[in-house]
Ligand binder design. Structure first.
Ligand code: ADP
Ligand code: MG
Length: 667
């Protein structure tokens, strides 16, 4: 329903709402408060405490003309509460001088109390008048300047009186799980009688939102429980013999993962398995063993990597591991002629294993008898891209691998349909990486120390600061590269960033592996998968700008050989929260724990591709819900699908709402 259909909302107000992206009553009802003011805890100026927030009802008497104090523009207002006088001050908000006129107000801000002279610093405020009689818990909406709180409050009140959106959760399930009626939840989130009531409403609304999201994911991914058509003739003995060809013995975790895969391939349903294991847990060897099961049975296999650097590395590994099979390579950087020849050979069945990047997913890449797909660092691929693999014919079995352990809550949503195998251990001889936080005054000591390491034949990574766009990051990498070369002339540096041509990247990476380069200055291009056992030093500039999971990934690039490795987190930040985050990283090497922590500290947006993160669940970002709401939603979706409740309705609504999910990529 259009907003203007509500009584009291005309064209002018509708324009104000449009500035907030609200044009319908449904959108207005879903515009949740950012906060609540507790009118029962209004303060008397006599009781306010220095440095704490206070909510004060008072009279504005006079606004002083704008003054300039040093670099600051200062606006000051004289306020009065009964017999007590105090002030409000705004720094660098000159427009406040125009905005305020004498009258009754509610001020909310931080208290300063110097020698019994009380002021509120940069407070927010609302006029108290006939339009604005505030009682109980009052919602505060996230607004742009110029749009008053009372306008939204009033609009919401009217919208709640009209028809509110219906729940997508089938009625039998709402009853079974005793869910609060959705209409009631909408009312209570905007106008709660208590914080407890607000909390219950937030949980209900989060469950509703996640229900649609999880259902949409389920529908995008399609039905995965399909009967198998490929028959694998490979035997357990042959698999055991293959394992023994590696220069190391498999860890218990690797062995268990191989057994899981073997079991799936011999079962009557197709495999869709997520293999997760921390960086360095040896997922590649497991994947290779899976590929062996396919080619030994006479089928083709694919090994998909998210970047060309990784694809090239894996191509070398595949050729080494499968000297008696035909291995092909297909990536964006291949020439048109190479691509054509590979595609033809594939279609004729003359290639057994294809290694490549996204290029493999193109429609004209066809296989003669594809049976097994490995998708490395799968979180880099969108959900829909993973589906393209299944459409390559031959009903392939799919093994997706992830080193970024994503929080359990999110994995429920994204991988809800997958079987999961976790490698819990790492090869025994691994020594934990020593992690330190380095402030600028210690950079020089660190350089001296690194020089010593390089002299011993060790190699190092220098990761440049995180910058939002590719180009900025490339520039930062180039600058750091030049700087380090002059600072440490005896170290041979190489440069690696996403703006370089694939050929250059490959050349640099190979030179680093061959030890013709001692240290690599890089952007996060190196984040995933790259494996250089002699690299024992990881230096990360501006570490406070990276997410914990990402730092953990970067740290995982070292500590892969027999020597002790070091990770240096450089930071110029003094912020206690930033340092606290880095300390968490120092104290644990458990990637799963770090991922959970990241989710807690930075929200789910970080785990999703940047493009979509703004849109994703934006409506509930102000809600304070617990993970229980997500688990409940997951249970409800499972049951709705199983019992085929409201199937068509859910399909339509969920897909419409989360259309854009098709392109979501996990970070
Ligand atoms: P990830 O799980 O991060 O993909 P990799 O598969 O790249 O890890 O393995 C990391 C390194 O550990 C590689 O150099 C690999 O050869 C080695 N490796 C794998 N499994 C074992 C093992 N069981 N014992 C010793 N080294 C191993
Ligand atoms: Mg890997």
């Amino acid at each position: 329903m259009k907003l203007t259909e509500l009584r009291g909302i005309g064209e002018r107000r509708a324009k104000d709402f449009a500035k907030l992206g609200i044009t319908t009553t449904e959108q207005l009802i879903r515009y949740y408060p950012r906060n609540y003011l507790d009118m029962t805890s209004r303060s008397s100026v006599r009781d306010v405490v220095h440095n704490e927030m206070a909510l004060v009802a008072c009279k504005l008497v006079y606004v002083e003309p704008l003054r300039t104090k040093g670099k600051h523009k200062v606006v000051r207002a004289l306020l009065e509460q009964g017999p007590d006088n105090f002030t409000a001050v705004w720094f660098n908000q000159p427009y406040m001088a125009e905005k305020l006129t004498p009258g009754d107000y509610l001020f909310y801000g931080r208290v300063q109390n110097y020698y019994d002279r009380i002021s509120l610093v940069n407070p927010t405020f609302e006029r108290l008048d006939a339009n604005n009689r505030l009682k109980g818990l009052v919602p505060v909406y996230p607004l742009r300047s110029g749009i008053p709180q009372w306008l939204v409050r009033d609009g919401v009140r009217r919208a709640l009186g009209a028809e509110t959106p219906a729940s997508l959760i089938p009625v039998p399930l709402q009853q079974k799980y005793r869910l609060m009626p959705l209409r009631e939840a909408f009312r209570k989130i905007h106008l709660p009688a208590s914080m407890r009531e607000m909390q219950a409403a937030a949980e209900r609304l989060a469950a509703e939102e996640y229900f649609a999201l999880i259902a949409a994911f389920r529908l995008i991914k399609g039905d995965r429980t399909q009967a198998r058509t490929n028959r694998y003739s490979v035997t357990a003995e042959e698999v055991g013999a293959f394992e023994r060809r590696f220069p190391f013995t498999f860890t218990d975790g690797q062995k268990a993962a191989v057994r899981d895969i073997f079991g799936s391939l011999k079962s009557p349903v197709r495999m869709n398995r997520l293999l997760q294991g921390d960086v360095g847990s040896g997922k590649t060897a497991v994947a290779l063993t899976g590929i062996f099961m396919a080619v030994k049975s006479g089928y083709q296999a694919v090994y998909l990597s998210p970047t060309e650097v990784l694809a090239a590395q894996n191509y070398a590994v595949l050729r080494r591991t499968f000297p008696d099979y035909r291995v092909g390579y297909l990536a964006g950087a291949s020439t048109a002629k190479e691509k054509r020849e590979i595609k033809e050979a594939l279609a004729r069945g003359e290639i057994d294993i294809l290694c490549g990047t996204h290029a493999v997913l193109q429609a004209d890449v066809r296989f003669a008898r594809l049976a097994f797909c490995v998708c490395d660092e799968q979180h880099r691929f969108g959900v829909a891209q993973r589906n393209l693999l299944s459409e390559k014919g031959g009903d392939p079995d799919i093994l997706v691998m992830s080193a970024t352990p994503i929080p359990r809550t999110l994995s429920l949503i994204f991988y809800g349909d997958l079987d999961v195998t976790t490698i819990p251990d790492k090869p025994a001889e691994r020594i934990p990486v020593s992690t330190s936080i380095i402030p600028p005054r210690k950079y020089d000591d660190m350089f001296v120390w690194i020089r010593g390491e390089v002299r011993k034949g060790r190699q190092a990574y220098f990761v440049c600061p995180k910058i939002e766009d590719d180009e900025g990051e490339a520039t930062a990498a180039e600058e750091l590269y030049e700087k380090l070369r002059t600072q440490l002339p005896e170290i041979r540096f190489g440069l690696l960033h996403g703006r370089m041509r694939e050929k250059e990247k490959d050349a640099t990476m190979s030179a680093f592996k061959r030890k013709e380069i001692d240290a690599l200055v890089a952007t996060t291009v190196i984040e995933v998968g790259v494996d250089v056992p002699d690299a024992t030093v990881m230096v990360i500039y501006d570490a406070d700008r990276f997410g914990l999971s990402q730092l953990h990934q970067l740290r995982g690039r070292v500590g892969r050989g027999a020597e002790k490795s070091y990770c240096f987190l450089l930071t110029e930040s003094n912020s206690e929260t930033a340092l606290e985050r880095l300390r968490i990283l120092r104290s644990t090497s458990d990637g799963f724990a770090l991922a959970e922590k990241d989710l807690e500290l930075r929200g789910s947006g970080d785990f999703l591709g940047t493009r979509q993160s703004g849109k994703f669940l934006s409506e509930i970002k102000n809600l304070r819900y617990t993970t229980e709401a997500i688990f409940l939603a997951k249970k409800l979706v499972d049951e709705a699908f199983e019992r085929r409740l409201d199937a068509d309705k859910i399909r339509l609504a969920a897909m419409e709402k989360y259309e854009s999910l098709k392109d979501v990529v996990l970070n």
